[in-house]
Each structure stands twice: as structure tokens, then as C-alpha cells.
Design a protein around this ligand. Structure first.
Ligand SMILES: Nc1nc2c(c(=O)[nH]1)N[C@H]1C(S)=C(S)[C@@H](COP(=O)(O)OP(=O)(O)OC[C@H]3O[C@@H](n4cnc5c(=O)[nH]c(N)nc54)[C@H](O)[C@@H]3O)O[C@H]1N2
Ligand SMILES: Nc1nc2c(c(=O)[nH]1)N[C@H]1C(S)=C(S)[C@@H](COP(=O)(O)OP(=O)(O)OC[C@H]3O[C@@H](n4cnc5c(=O)[nH]c(N)nc54)[C@H](O)[C@@H]3O)O[C@H]1N2
Ligand code: SF4
Ligand SMILES: [Mo]
Length: 683
């Protein structure tokens, strides 16, 4: 009989699943979803059901290495940990002495969502070093800012409540692809007569299974939200009592919405005027109605404001009052852990800087590596991320990463495109092999995971590596001696009622603990009676900040750009991958080498399914295989992402085309505001 151990999926996914691992003679033999977990409910997504293939892949990095070929060539030689750590410490000390400590740049995102390995010992290390601080904007900062501006908090409807909804709107949210554990609740709701609508320029798996699909122009969601408000307010379908009690700025909103009649909204969004009207009426009169808006909506130039406007809709119709009403973008801010004590920003004051370090926006990495000055970036330490593949404006990023005078350290599990650019490459554990604490951004359960499997070769966790680096740098601060459990206790040391009283012992026993967001057995209705986190405690519509302008890179954007590059390119998430994490698996490679085109765009270009096509704009180009069908609306192409550059014929992926222009709020990346042209490749 195999021993069954518990773990938590660390991938950057709203579901944060609870896992059970069968272990036979020290080796994992089977991975499944924990049937007792209220969200995981005993099943896993396709990619993680096969995670043991990754765990035991012969391509795992097992030993520290140093580069022996040119940057990017991927030629390395094994070295000892002693040599690796020694080399890094010597280089960081000399760079800090010669150029100032801010010449050192950490670069990380959510390769693991674990709080300790994602942002614990590393943060302490870089603060003590006086390194530049990284603004982690690559994914969700625009939507986060939009949501916070409207609601004051970054949380919303519980996934469990979706089963009580009668109308579910998936707005830029590929639920089946990217958030599959919400689906069973939607199935339950539909059994009780609920309808599911999707608003997306791409009719993906979720769109195909919906009752109605609204094929929207990319980046025009703000105009649609205003159009819905036009009808709702114009026909007096709003909840006047909720609006009067818990919101402010309604009169200005009414005035603004009046400027968005259905005809104008049709022209701006591509959605038929009659559909705008019927959607608004249904949304306002179906009780309860819930919106699942996801980050797809905010990867555009107007993305922050779009989310802000969408987040106003439940307040307008009063659906926050109802079980199964409201809206969910993220639940992350309900985890009021003591992150400040974990990260220790005060260490910057004992660093050589003796002040707070400058902030570098990760969505502008190419610029940072090629144009930043005073000081220029001389060292980059990358962990939990693969910027060579996932960052926008890839040609500029790669130019920077190939600078001979840039010292690059990469902590990785696999030989990614970023690993190819390392001077020193360090092998790290997977989430199945180390301790960590996990919040979630799609539910309200806090979870603890202990190592379920032994760490192979000479792999170490991020926590251990930064602890060792601190020692080599001569940092004597007590905090670098903290164990994982010390750090978890630090995080749990919070007075906020949502987490107060949760202990490591309880987490050890129960593995998954629901936050104290509502009394036991009762649903969490965050804004049923106001209680917004804004200065006034009310939902502030702030209409003056909501007017719509089409994105520069869109079909209604800059004329000169449109004439050269008439197609809007979306590089949405591929169904069975996780950004670039599974890039070396054959199924991911298949899913991320295609470009979906509408027949109306393919035919005039002489393109049919199976053709090799070149997609290009002024920033770069890449080669893909055309798939012509009805999935994307005309004028839009979609390249499921993120492919490993080195597995493509030209060594580049779609991010060679994406722009490093920032979003309207939150300084986010605008991956989905991207104009391109496509041509058939010659034979
Ligand atoms: N299978 C899988 N799951 C994942 C990931 C993955 O790579 N693969 N990545 C994880 C990560 S990092 C994240 S942030 C989440 C993201 O989860 P989502 O936000 O759901 O993912 P996206 O694919 O970016 O976007 C969702 C949908 O938005 C649509 N979209 C694009 N532009 C627009 C627009 O302007 N308006 C509207 N209305 N829709 C638009 C896309 O076509 C897509 O269908 O998923 C996580 N889960
Ligand atoms: N074109 C396009 N580009 C995109 C997106 C898109 O939709 N389209 N999505 C964007 C979004 S939403 C996001 S979130 C980013 C994601 O970009 P990244 O944060 O870079 O995520 P991944 O590509 O999944 O790469 C994570 C890496 O971390 C490594 N890793 C996993 N666990 C650990 C660990 O414990 N320690 C260390 N050191 N490494 C570990 C994995 O092996 C993997 O190579 O990509 C963005 N880029
Ligand atoms: S990637 Fe998401 S759905 Fe898949 S196992 Fe992990 S948390 Fe669950
Ligand atoms: Mo993301």
C-alpha cells in the first residue's frame, strides 16, 4: 500500500488545489485532487494531473552550473555549491562597491505562489543588500488597481456561492481553461436553471459551452460596461436604495452613461446594439447575478479602468446583497497575513543605501536592462520566472540579457530560455519538495504544505538558497537564521479578524483553513451593507475617471499603426499549460505553436489551416502554424501562450511582438493591446 501524503499546488492559478500524493518506496506514483477539499473536490486540471512527469523528468536541473558558452547558447559546466555561492557573493560585493547596490536587480514572479519561496527570505536578502526593488506588474496590477479604486478591497464573491446564481457572466475569464474548479459550481447553478454568458474576443472552451457568447473587440470592455449602465440607469433598473445608501457619485455616473447609447457601444465594442440592451436588462433583473471577471480583461491599455467600471455594476444593481451575487476578480487581499514582518523592508536602512531603494517596473525589463542609468543594472537575479519568454518587447529584453557586462544568476528547475542566459545557474526544488504556506486568489482557504517527496540531486529551495547567500555576503542579522516555521509564525502573527487565531498547529492538523471572513456555515457577503474599503466606506463611482478611449493599438486606435498592422493579437493562456512553465512538454509545445485566425482574415491572405505563417509588427516577428476556424472574431488573431522561444523555428515567441507600453492604472503589462500583420510563409 502506498503512503498518502498531502501537498498544495503552487502554480499561479486561482484554484490553489489541495493535493494527495501516493508515495511508493520514496517515489511519487500518483497525484490527485483532495476529495475533502471544498474547492478542489477531488480533481485536478490536466497539467497538474501529469505533474509527476515534470517532477521526474530527465531534464530537471540537479546541480549548480556555470556558463561556458556565449550568453543564450545554453552551454554549462557543473560546479559545486561552494563555488557557485562564492562566485555570486564576490560579484555582488564588487558590483555594489563599484556601482552602488541598486545596480543589482531581483526579477521574480509567481513560478511558485508559496509565500516563503515566492516572497520571504528573498525579500529580506534584497532589502539587506540595498538592491533595486521590483514592481511586480506583469500579471494583475492594472485590474488590482481598478478593483481597489472601486471597492477599496481586492476580494469578492466566494466561488462556492456561484451555485446559487441565476446568471453568471464570465467576462474575459476562461473558466474551463484557467480556473477549472469554479466550473462544478456553475454546473450546479445551471442545473437549477442558471445561464452562463461569456464576453471575450475568443470563443474558447468556456465560450463554446456558454448559453450566449458576446464577441467583443479587444480592450473595449470599458465601453461595454458604460453601455450596460446606460440601459440600466436609463430604464430605472438600478437598485436605488443600495445606490443611495452605499455608493457615491451616482449623478455623475448617470451623466457619463448617458453618452453611451447602444448604437455608440456597438461601434466601439462590436457587440450588436440589441444584445447590449438585452444583456443589460437581464443582468439587472435576474436575481442573483454574478460576474466572474478575470485578468484577461486588464491586459490592455484601458484594462485598469475597464475593471474599475465592471466592478461598479454589482453596486448599481445591488447584487452584493445576495448569496450568489456580486463579482469576483480575486480574493487575495482577504489573506491579511503579516507580510511586512516577513519581508522586512526596514532592512534597507541597514543596507549600504540607508534608504528605500528605487523601484523598477518588471513589465519594462527590456528598457531597464538597456537604458536605465544611475546606476545601470549590472546584476540580475532571476527566480520563479522566465523573463526571456514571458516579458513583453522580447527583442529588447534579450538584447539586455545578452549584455556581456551583465552578471546573471538564475534559480530554476529546468533549462528555460532565461536559464540559457545565466552566468550561474542554481537548481531548485519543486513545490512537492519543500515547506510553504499558500494563500489563494480564487477562494478563501489558507493552506500549509510540507515536503511530500525528497529533493533530487543537489536541488535546494529558494528559501535555503537566499539564506546561504546571506551568510556568504556576511549578513549577520538574526532574521536570516529563521526556519520555515519561524517565517510561517511571523506571517500568522496578524491582528486582522480574517486571520486572527489561525495557528501553524491548526494548519498542520487541518491542512486547509477557511479564513474568518464570516461566521461558520454562513456565506461571506463582503459588501451586502456597504463596508467598502474606500476612504468614505462607499463604493465611489468616480465617473470623471471612467470615460472611454480606444487603445492606441486597437482597430479604432492610431491610424498609421492600423494601416500597417491591421490585426489585433491576443496571446491568451493555453489550456493545458501555465504561462511558460510546461513549455518543454510536448502537449504545451503543440498548443502554443498555433495562431487562430478568422476565415475573413485568412482568405484574403491566402492562408489555410496548417500553413506556416509569419506574424510581425515593428517590434518583431515570429513563426506559427495557422488554424482557421470560428474561434476568434474577424480582425482578431489569437496565439495561445507562452511558448519556449528556443522551441520555435526563429528562437522567438509572440512576446517579440507585444509592447512594453503600460496600462492606464497599476503600471501593468499590455500584452493584449497589440497590432500585428500576418503573412503566409514561402515554402
Ligand atoms: N491553463 C492555464 N491556466 C492558467 C494559466 C495558464 O497559462 N494556463 N495562467 C494563470 C495565470 S498567470 C493567470 S493571471 C490566470 C489568468 O486567467 P484569465 O484571466 O482567465 O486568462 P487569460 O487567458 O489571460 O484571459 C482570459 C480571457 O480573456 C480574453 N480576453 C483577452 N483580451 C480581452 C479583452 O480585451 N476583453 C475581454 N472581455 N476578454 C479578453 C482572452 O481571450 C481569454 O479567453 O490564469 C492562470 N491559469
Ligand atoms: N504573451 C503573453 N505573455 C505573458 C502572458 C500572456 O498571457 N501572454 N501572461 C503574463 C502573466 S499573466 C504572467 S503571470 C507571467 C508569468 O510569467 P512567469 O512568472 O515567468 O511564469 P512562468 O512562465 O510560469 O515561469 C515560472 C518559472 O518559475 C520556475 N519555478 C517554479 N517553481 C519555482 C521555485 O520554487 N523556485 C524557482 N527559483 N523557480 C521556480 C518554473 O520552472 C518556471 O520556469 O507571464 C506573462 N506573460
Ligand atoms: S494549476 Fe490550478 S487547477 Fe491545476 S492543480 Fe494547480 S491549482 Fe489546481
Ligand atoms: Mo498571471
Amino acid at each position: 500500500m502506498p503512503e498518502v501524503r498531502h501537498s498544495v499546488c503552487a502554480l499561479d492559478c486561482p484554484d490553489t488545489c489541495s493535493l494527495l500524493v501516493n508515495v511508493d518506496g520514496g517515489k511519487g506514483s500518483h497525484l490527485r485532487g483532495d476529495p475533502t477539499h471544498p474547492i478542489t473536490r477531488g480533481f485536478l486540471c490536466g497539467k497538474v494531473a501529469r505533474y509527476l512527469e515534470r517532477e521526474y523528468s530527465p531534464e530537471r536541473l540537479l546541480y549548480p552550473q556555470k556558463r561556458i558558452g556565449s550568453k543564450g547558447a545554453g552551454k554549462f559546466e557543473r560546479i559545486s555549491w561552494d563555488e557557485a555561492l562564492g562566485t555570486i557573493a564576490v560579484r555582488l560585493k564588487s558590483i555594489s562597491a563599484d556601482h552602488g547596490s541598486e545596480a543589482i536587480l531581483p526579477y521574480s514572479y509567481a513560478g511558485t505562489m508559496g509565500l516563503l519561496n515566492g516572497g520571504g527570505m528573498d525579500r529580506r536578502f534584497f532589502h539587506r543588500l540595498g538592491a533595486s526593488r521590483l514592481d511586480r506588474t506583469i500579471c494583475s496590477s492594472a485590474g488590482g488597481a481598478g478593483l481597489a479604486a472601486m471597492l477599496g478591497f481586492k476580494y469578492g464573491t466566494e466561488p462556492e456561492q456561484f451555485r446559487h446564481s441565476k446568471l453568471i457572466i464570465a467576462w474575459g475569464a476562461n473558466i474551463l481553461g484557467n480556473n477549472v474548479h469554479l466550473w462544478p459550481f456553475i454546473v450546479d447553478a445551471r442545473r437549477n436553471g442558471a445561464r452562463l454568458y461569456t464576453i471575450d474576443p475568443v470563443r474558447n472552451r468556456t465560450g463554446r459551452l456558454s448559453d450566449k457568447h458576446f464577441s467583443i473587440f479587444p480592450g473595449s470592455d470599458l465601453a461595454l460596461a458604460l453601455g450596460l449602465m446606460h440601459v440600466i440607469i436609463g430604464e430605472n433598473l438600478h437598485d436605488a436604495d443600495y445606490v443611495a445608501s452605499y455608493t457615491e457619485g451616482f449623478d455623475a455616473l448617470k451623466e457619463l452613461a448617458a453618452k453611451y447609447p447602444p448604437e455608440r457601444v456597438e461601434a466601439l465594442t462590436g457587440i450588436d446594439r440589441a444584445d447590449v440592451v438585452s444583456l443589460a436588462r437581464e443582468y439587472a433583473t435576474t436575481r442573483p447575478a454574478v460576474i466572474r471577471v478575470n485578468y484577461g480583461t486588464q491586459r490592455s491599455e484601458r484594462g485598469g479602468t475597464a475593471v474599475r467600471a465592471i466592478a461598479a455594476l454589482p453596486a448599481l444593481i445591488g447584487s452584493w446583497r445576495e448569496i450568489g451575487g456580486g463579482l469576483q476578480l480575486s480574493t487575495s487581499q482577504s489573506f491579511r497575513l503579516n507580510k511586512e514582518a516577513l519581508e522586512m523592508p526596514e532592512l534597507q536602512y541597514v543596507s549600504p543605501l540607508r534608504r528605500e531603494a528605487r523601484i523598477v517596473n518588471m513589465s519594462e525589463l527590456g528598457k531597464a536592462l538597456t537604458t536605465l542609468d544611475h546606476p545601470a543594472v549590472k546584476a540580475m537575479i532571476v527566480y520563479n520566472s522566465n523573463p526571456a519568454a514571458i516579458a513583453p518587447n522580447q527583442n529588447l529584453v534579450l538584447k539586455g540579457m545578452r549584455r556581456e557586462d551583465l552578471f546573471t544568476v538564475v534559480l530554476e528547475q529546468f533549462q528555460t530560455d532565461t536559464a540559457d542566459h545565466a552566468d550561474i545557474l542554481l537548481p531548485v526544488t519543486t513545490f512537492l519538495e519543500h515547506t510553504d504556506l499558500y494563500l489563494a486568489y480564487g477562494h478563501y482557504y489558507l493552506q500549509l504544505a510540507r515536503p511530500a517527496l525528497p529533493a533530487p540531486g543537489e536541488t535546494k529551495s529558494n528559501v535555503d538558497i537566499f539564506r546561504l547567500l546571506a551568510e556568504r555576503m556576511g549578513f549577520e542579522d538574526q532574521c536570516f537564521l529563521d526556519s520555515e516555521d519561524d517565517m510561517i509564525r511571523t506571517l500568522l502573527n496578524s491582528e486582522h479578524p480574517f486571520v486572527k487565531g489561525i495557528t501553524i498547529e491548526q494548519l498542520e492538523r487541518e491542512r486547509s483553513v477557511r479564513l474568518n471572513v464570516s461566521p461558520e456555515g454562513q456565506p461571506f457577503l463582503p459588501f451586502a451593507q456597504g463596508g467598502f474599503g474606500t476612504a468614505s466606506g462607499k463604493c465611489n463611482f468616480h465617473a470623471e475617471a471612467l470615460d472611454y478611449q480606444p487603445p492606441t493599438e486597437s482597430r479604432l486606435g492610431a491610424a498609421e499603426l492600423r494601416s500597417k498592422f491591421p490585426l489585433e493579437m491576443i496571446s491568451a493562456k493555453s489550456h493545458d499549460s501555465m504561462n511558460s512553465t510546461f513549455g518543454n512538454q510536448s502537449w504545451t509545445h503543440r498548443q502554443t505553436s498555433v495562431l487562430l485566425l478568422n476565415r475573413a482574415d485568412a482568405e484574403p491572405r491566402g492562408i489555410t489551416s496548417g500553413d506556416r505563417v509569419r506574424m510581425f509588427n515593428a517590434r518583431g516577428s515570429c513563426t506559427l502554424v495557422a488554424e482557421v476556424d470560428g474561434e476568434v472574431r474577424s480582425g482578431v488573431v489569437c496565439a495561445p501562450s507562452v511558448r519556449w522561444n528556443k522551441l520555435s523555428p526563429d528562437g522567438l515567441n509572440v512576446n517579440a511582438l507585444t509592447s512594453d507600453r503600460l496600462t492606464d492604472m497599476g503600471g501593468g503589462a499590455t500584452f493584449y493591446s497589440c497590432l500585428v500583420e500576418v503573412e503566409k510563409c514561402g515554402d
